[in-house]
Design a protein around this ligand. Structure first.
Ligand code: ARG
Length: 285
């Protein structure tokens, strides 16, 4: 039986979610977003995470920032340490201070500003005590070493190769501290080799599920909240013993986003790390 403990997540309501520019292949100018549908899907995600016993912190949405809903891009948070994002496209640059403030208000006193382009948990995923770092489309290659040094953790650099899967979290999911699922074709040959060596028992996803952003999921190590439109992946995940919680999330795909994109994990320090990793005091907002 897989076990889990309560997690903390940061989410931003989709009040101002829209497609107002096109910075990835999923976005089409003129695409109409259905705000009621977006709200319903986002709320279902939040309540599903809460029903699983997790704590969801909500930050304030901001007019004029339609992608602020994608809180996974809001930074990297592990133990008491937090790093703000530095976005590749000017369209999202104004989001950074709102994410940084949201983290500060929640007890992360110092939120480091990166030197290199860094799109937060969109490209930096913690597996056990290792950070998988994606680059190729958004975060800079050099960000991997910077993130590793800041958090004091080992980093594995991976290069994304398919523009549809422009953030690491669209091509790879972390299921527990040593299990991942990924779409091999989304990575360059060298990265595929690295993933094969590091995770020989990984679930290999298929394009049909990945193109519904099925890999963009949230797992607490036992429960997997994922798109209802990725049945092949859901089956494979279920066969490994995880409890699958499918939800509809297609409204956000109009902006190239999925379930994980809307959720920033406020990770505890990895087991076995020094006491300096203790949780900061949580301040109510
Ligand atoms: N429209 C957003 C962008 O292109 C979507 C972000 C998706 N976030 C993620 N963590 N994959 O930046």
């Amino acid at each position: 039986m897989l076990s889990t403990s309560a997690r903390r997540y940061l989410m931003c309501p989709p009040t101002f979610f829209d497609v107002q520019y096109a910075i990835n292949p999923w976005m089409r100018l003129g695409e109409r977003v259905d705000p009621a549908r977006a709200c319903k899907q986002w709320t279902a995600l939040k309540t599903t995470l809460e029903a699983l016993g997790h704590h969801v912190e909500e930050m304030s949405p901001q007019p004029g920032l339609p992608d602020l809903v994608f809180a996974a891009n809001g930074g990297i948070v592990i133990g008491a340490k937090a790093m703000a994002p530095a976005f590749r496209f000017s369209e999202r640059a104004a989001e950074t201070p709102f994410y940084a403030d949201a983290l500060k208000q929640r007890g992360y006193e110092r939120v480091a500003a990166p030197h290199n382009l860094n799109e937060g948990e969109g490209d930096f995923l913690l597996v056990g005590s290792t950070i998988l770092a994606g680059s190729g489309f958004r975060s800079d290659e050099l960000a991997a070493a910077e993130v590793g040094a800041y958090f004091g953790l080992a980093v594995v650099s991976l290069t994304l190769a398919d523009p549809r899967f422009y953030h690491l979290d669209t091509a790879l999911s972390v299921l527990d501290s040593n299990t991942i699922a990924y779409l091999p074709e989304a990575f360059d040959p060298a990265s595929r080799g690295v993933l094969r060596d590091l995770f020989p028992k990984a679930i290999l996803a298929e394009d049909a599920d990945a193109r519904k952003l099925g890999l963009n999921l949230v797992s607490d190590g036992a429960n997997v909240v994922m798109s209802a439109e990725a049945p092949g992946l859901a089956r494979a995940v279920g066969e490994r013993g995880y409890q699958v919680h499918p939800i509809e999330f297609d409204e956000f795909r109009k902006a190239g986003g999925g379930i994980k994109c809307c959720v920033l994990s406020l990770h505890d320090a990895p087991a076995g790390e020094a006491a300096s990793w203790a949780h900061p005091a949580v301040t109510a907002c």
